[in-house]
Design a protein around this ligand. Structure first.
Ligand SMILES: [Zn+2]
Length: 343
């Protein structure tokens, strides 16, 4: 029996490129990627030859971008319009599904299918520190863990109101291990991980916003125990064959490529949006090797919402209205980024 893969046509052979991801919101059923996901097919993309191939119903199906011709085994099918590339996605005409796959069946991809789709799945909102770990202690004994939790809860509320599924790593003053936080981001359908922190330095003058994304990982980082555990968890959810270490490698490489491409741009969008909204200087988006960034498999950013060691910022960060402003700006930047880029 052909086992289900959610690798999509990002699988590629040597010398072939992956499909660039769409930069617009394209209805998932009109992209070939969406169809591959819907029918749980392992679709291969050859970026050099511009062909897509897959096996379905015992037949080899091959399609060429720019052509309305589809080969199903030895039979030629003619579509109503050519297959196109639209801002990175392979878009098929409406009759493609009916002609090539016959009546739509009810199979859905494991894990909800949003992972490679064009809509935002779940977002993990992580409030840094908590419980026995207060994080930084700021001016006036302001505890980082409290600021983080309140802002993270406000971001979570905003996202839920916008119709986004949210997982909060903590919604109380609890101690949550870092490993557990990253494991939350390996649950089905999770697309993004956002961690909320507050900054502190010895100097009371430092101020502003910083947003971190993961820097390049070396082999040791990639073999980190928690990362491997998260990979196993995710691959299990994708119904991958347990003995298929090659495919697992492809998936994790693909995830890494996806993550390293998206996270810096998302970090920059949040840094800019947040700094403009609250009138604080943006200290920029920066690569870092924080545990939660290294060990999450989806794009992840860590937002330092301000310096609690700076008396002026600490006073602002105590205020509910200011925290809400931060949460609103984070939510807005995130949503704007996701829907502009088609994450
Ligand atoms: Zn922190």
């Amino acid at each position: 029996m052909v086992r289900i893969l959610l690798v999509g046509f990002l699988i590629f052979t040597a010398g072939c490129a992956t499909v660039p991801r769409s930069t617009v919101v394209v209805p998932v059923e009109t992209t070939l990627e969406g169809l591959c996901s819907k029918y749980a097919l392992d679709c291969s993309w050859d970026g050099v030859a511009q062909t897509v191939s897959m096996d379905y119903g015992g037949q080899r199906i091959q399609a060429l971008v720019g052509s309305s011709l589809v080969m199903v085994g030895k039979n030629k099918l003619s579509l109503s319009a050519p297959i196109k590339r639209h801002r990175g996605a392979v878009v098929v005409p409406p009759d493609f599904e009916k002609l090539v796959f016959g009546p739509a069946d009810q199979k859905t991809a494991a894990g909800g299918g949003s992972f490679l789709g064009r809509r935002l799945g779940k977002v993990v909102v992580d409030a840094g520190h908590g419980g026995k770990d207060p994080g930084a202690i700021g001016f006036g004994r302001l505890k980082e863990k409290d600021v983080n939790l309140d802002i993270a809860s406000r971001v979570a509320r905003n996202l839920k109101e916008a119709g986004v599924d949210v997982i909060q790593t903590r919604s109380d003053d609890d101690f949550i291990a870092l490993a557990e936080r990253t494991a939350a981001a390996s649950r089905p359908g999770v697309d993004l991980f956002i961690s909320i922190h507050s900054n502190a330095t010895k100097s009371r003058r430092a101020s502003g916003i910083e947003v971190y994304y993961v820097g390049p990982l070396n082999l040791e980082d990639k073999c980190e125990v928690q990362r491997l555990q998260n990979e196993r968890k995710l691959c299990g959810l994708l119904n991958m064959r347990k003995d298929s270490s090659d495919l697992k490698g492809v998936v994790t490489d693909m995830l890494y490529t996806y993550k390293v491409a998206d996270a810096p741009r998302l970090a920059e969008a949040v840094a800019r949006g947040l700094s403009q909204a609250v009138g604080q200087v943006s200290r920029g988006s920066k690569a870092a090797r924080y545990y939660v960034l290294r060990n999450t498999l989806v794009p992840a950013v860590l937002v330092e919402v301000g310096f609690i060691s700076n008396p002026k910022e600490a006073a602002q960060l105590k205020e509910g209205a200011y925290r809400q402003k931060i949460a609103d700006a984070i939510t807005k930047s995130l949503m704007r980024y996701v829907y502009a880029q088609g994450i």
